[in-house]
Design a protein around this ligand. Structure first.
Ligand code: SAH
Length: 345
């Protein structure tokens, strides 16, 4: 029995099945899901016999840190974490004026195959469990000695390609019995796996949705994001509209600008038309160059021109600063370099 994979109600039933009262379950949850201890023996307010019972009846593990990289201003830390089976993921801590954000991975690798993304290169190794996603937040809290206030599911992997574990994670991380992170401070980012959008909307939590759009028409979008062939814009945009109707929250559209591919004035106008009337906001991301890919980043002038077309068309728009590349560890690079070193040694 791996306790970290249970919902909090399931932890209660499990502890109950060991003949212990409910308050013991809450103590165990506190040790595991708030304090993040690595062993039942460390749960010092539990009777010794009960701790021994737990040790034989359940397993408990924490990820180990394999590498890390700190930005020059110390405000961003990228970690490479390893799980029991040797699988690795990247997790990023960002200390921002509005809060302390963790960017978590939801899969080891990814099978979505997006054209410019480093995570697509090796394909999918496996889904992360709900506990492994949660562990990334706990790890960062312990490592930085701070309380995490925001979580974004924007690391490696497609959250809605691992829907069940993603939802289990969202329920546990927002539960006040655990870390109790405010749902409004959590954002799930998807490349457009539509069933996941409806599932998130129906969850009854105020979790935010970000959709990686990257193109204003199906032709271009299908070339950059193969997922678009399965879930084209005529279905994706209504799904986003349904999300805003059900939750009352605006959708964020991520749009990675790739020089000469999707960053022209025509695309900007087409994008503004596509999103007209939708409760949304566009976040422009200048491409982080991935060495294996031929795509190029836009110049600051190209970014500004694209931004101003959207703004003139009354689309709310912001430009993301390239935090990753400044610590020479853009998305996926830390994991890739680790795997390369491991293979040559
Ligand atoms: N699978 C999810 C979350 C992971 S990627 C999704 O697709 O949304 C997080 C964001 O970074 C996505 O918008 C993704 O398209 C973008 N991205 C991937 N590679 C990038 C690169 N090289 N430069 C800039 N943005 C990139």
């Amino acid at each position: 029995m791996n306790i970290k994979e249970l919902s909090f109600e399931e932890v209660e039933s499990f502890i109950n099945s060991l003949g212990e009262p409910r308050f013991r379950a809450h103590q165990v949850i506190d040790w595991i899901f708030v304090k993040g201890v690595a062993a039942f023996d460390a749960m010092t307010n539990l009777p010794l016999r009960f701790r021994q019972r737990l040790t034989t009846a359940a397993t408990l593990s924490v990820p180990e840190i394999l590498r890390s990289s700190v930005s020059t201003d110390g405000m961003t830390i990228k970690y490479l974490l390893g799980f029991d089976d040797g699988e690795t993921v990247e997790t990023v801590f960002m200390h921002r004026p509005w809060g302390r954000t963790v960017c978590v991975s939801t899969q080891a690798g990814c099978r979505m195959g997006c054209g410019f993304c480093a995570s697509a290169i090796g394909g999918l190794n496996r889904n992360l469990t709900a506990g492994e996603i949660y562990d990334q937040v706990l790890f960062v809290q312990k490592n930085t000695g701070t309380r995490v206030s925001h979580v974004v599911l924007m690391g490696t992997g497609e959250p809605f390609d691992n829907l069940e574990n993603t939802i289990r994670f969202l329920k546990n991380i927002t539960d006040p019995v655990g870390l109790g992170i405010g749902a409004r401070h959590i954002t799930v980012s998807t490349c457009g796996v539509i069933p996941g959008i409806y599932a998130l909307a129906g969850l009854g939590l105020q979790v935010g949705l970000a959709v990686s759009l990257h193109a204003p028409n199906d032709d271009l979008r299908s070339r950059l994001l193969p997922v678009n062939r399965r879930y084209p814009l005529k279905a994706l945009i209504p799904a986003c509209r349904a999300f805003t109707d059900i939750t009352g929250r605006r959708v964020t559209f991520e749009y990675t600008l790739v020089s000469g591919v999707n960053d022209g004035k025509d695309e900007a106008v087409e994008l503004a038309n596509l999103l007209q009337g939708l409760l949304c906001h566009v976040n422009l991301i200048p491409l982080n160059r991935v060495v294996e890919r031929r795509f190029k980043a836009p110049t600051p002038e190209q970014v500004a021109a694209f931004e101003s077309v959207l703004a003139r068309n009354r689309i709310a728009v912001t430009v993301r600063r390239e935090v990753g590349s400044r610590i020479s560890a853009a998305c996926g690079q830390l994991r890739k370099s680790y795997l390369k070193d491991k293979n040559t040694n």
